[in-house]
Design a protein around this ligand. Structure first.
Ligand code: PLP
Length: 420
């Protein structure tokens, strides 16, 4: 065993033991301790290289240690990191200028995370209902949200997350929430009524297994909300900001939402989320109604400006579309060889391969990690890929080759006969 391996084992071991004694036991971590990243690669304490096809669950869209991001952090951190929202700095307005331009919305509120953006969007929808109908004794208050969705871990977000396993330990939850079967027009029509203040959904469900909304469902949600003075809120925390090959996934559908939430890649690894809304809707928040200490600080916003600059640089979205289509085509070829693959799907670089066996999916993620590839499993059977936007075809080829090997090597582990 080399000295490096001893170091890593001990660094990992020491950290594991300390964490197990000192941290809330909320995470089941993989057995690897990372020390640095560069581009599409991460390196563990032993210097072993890993191709990162998860990018911190959709955060490191520009890869690791991107030179422009590093430069902005270095320069801005020397100047100003935090001032609170009691004072002006130049970057919130500048960032909102870029985000409104690419989203078609009018205004932004900056916060710290995805769940906080979603919370704010829910509050804004209820405030808007009151603001719009000041004479109403009981303003509209019902949220229609989707089965199989994921919006975060704080109470409002949790209450509107359509998966029982997340909600069950924490009841009672926020009242006024009704779940609709995702993509079922009949269920949407059945549950929509005059008390609905907003319909909220992920344009592409992420944690729910990479499931895009159907065009006719999104269109109907838009029409029903518009006709009834209710709002359409789209959660683009995972699928927004270039992930699908458009700035926002709803831009594939020709639908204009009233509120959009973003976070994950916005500040390239620093915590930053945003609520984007139309002028009319944003006017429902008056000074003092909503706020945050850290959200929208100068460091995170300056870095986010750098991120949006890169995102809007010529060829970036086309690259995501091209690589996404290539990856999907390669996974489709793999599906023809391995019957354990039930379905492949994706939009841009938000890609999934659903397997017929949770056991096999678990083994695949573990063995991919051992071979130096980081991928993720969601919903037990879905292999999810959220690579950085800067990957090239050779990286896709390497992932496909490793997956192919692992599926062949483990083909005895599931009862489905595979094609030779
Ligand atoms: N909404 C969606 C669609 C997400 O994928 C996530 C996180 O995975 C969230 C909300 C919550 O974001 P955060 O973990 O930053 O609070």
């Amino acid at each position: 065993m080399s000295a490096g391996v001893v170091d890593q084992v001990s660094a990992l071991q020491v950290t594991k033991e300390k964490e197990s004694a000192l941290l809330f036991q909320t995470y089941e971590r993989f057995q690897v301790l990372f020390e640095r990243g560069e581009g599409v690669y991460l390196f563990d304490a032993d210097g072993k290289r890993y191709l990162d096809f998860l990018s911190g669950i959709g955060v490191n869209a520009l890869g690791h240690a991107h030179p422009a991001v590093v430069k902005t952090i270095a320069e801005q951190s020397e100047k100003l990191m935090h001032i609170s929202n009691l004072f002006y700095h130049r970057y919130q307005a500048e960032l909102s200028e870029s985000l409104t331009k690419i989203s078609g919305l009018d205004r932004a509120f900056f916060c710290n995370s995805g769940t906080e953006a979603w919370e704010g969007a829910l509050k804004l929808a209820r405030a808007y209902a009151r603001h719009k109908d000041k004479a109403a004794k009981k303003p509209k208050s019902k949220f229609l949200v989707m089965d199989n969705s994921f919006h975060g871990r704080t109470y409002g977000a949790l209450s509107t997350t359509g998966q029982k396993k997340y909600r069950a330990p924490f009841t009672p939850l926020l009242p006024g929430v009704t779940f609709v079967k995702f993509n079922s027009l009949a269920d949407l029509r059945k549950k929509f009524d005059a008390n609905v203040c907003a319909v909220g959904l992920e344009t592409v469900q992420g944690e729910g297994g990479v499931q895009p909304v159907l065009p006719e469902f999104l269109q109907a949600a838009r029409e029903m909300t518009a006709a009834n003075g209710a709002l359409l809120i789209l959660d683009e925390i995972q699928c927004g900001l270039g992930r699908t090959g458009k700035y926002f996934a709803y831009q594939y559908y020709g639908v204009s939402p009233d509120i959009v939430t973003v976070a994950k890649p916005l500040a390239a690894g620093l915590p930053l989320g945003a609520i984007l809304a139309t002028n009319e809707v944003a006017a429902a928040f008056h000074p003092g109604m909503h706020g945050t200490t850290f959200g929208g600080g100068p460091l995170a916003c300056a870095v986010a400006k750098t991120f949006v600059n890169e995102l809007t640089s010529p060829g970036m979205l086309e690259h995501v579309q091209d690589l996404g289509a290539y990856f999907l085509a390669m996974l489709t070829e793999l599906k023809a060889k391995h019957k354990v693959i039930k379905e492949v799907r994706g939009l841009g670089l938000m890609v999934a391969a659903e397997l017929k066996s949770a056991d096999v999916a678990k083994v695949v993620v573990k063995e991919m990690l051992e071979r130096g590839f980081i991928i993720n499993r969601t919903h037990d059977t879905v292999l999810r890929y959220l690579p950085p936007y800067i990957i090239e075809r050779e990286h896709v080829d390497a992932v496909i080759a490793a997956l192919n090997d692992i599926l062949y090597a483990n083909s005895a582990a599931w009862p489905v006969r595979r094609k030779q």
